[in-house]
Ligand binder design. Sequence first.
Ligand SMILES: [Zn+2]
Length: 64
Amino acid sequence: MGEIQPHRHCPVCGISMPADQEFCSKKCEDRWNAVVKQKKKVIYLMRILVAVVIGILLVSMLLR
Ligand SMILES: [Zn+2]
């Protein structure tokens, strides 16, 4: 009585769930994967953007 069972919280919706689970439901797992995929895409695009900006700066310095 009053003991806290080992548990985790779903990283998507924050609901308590058994400690051996990573997500409370398949729906949350899908959502999480979508977010991770989106983040990777954003990081990838940002890297390209930074590379382009550096390239433009270098070219404009060389052409001066
Ligand atoms: Zn959840």
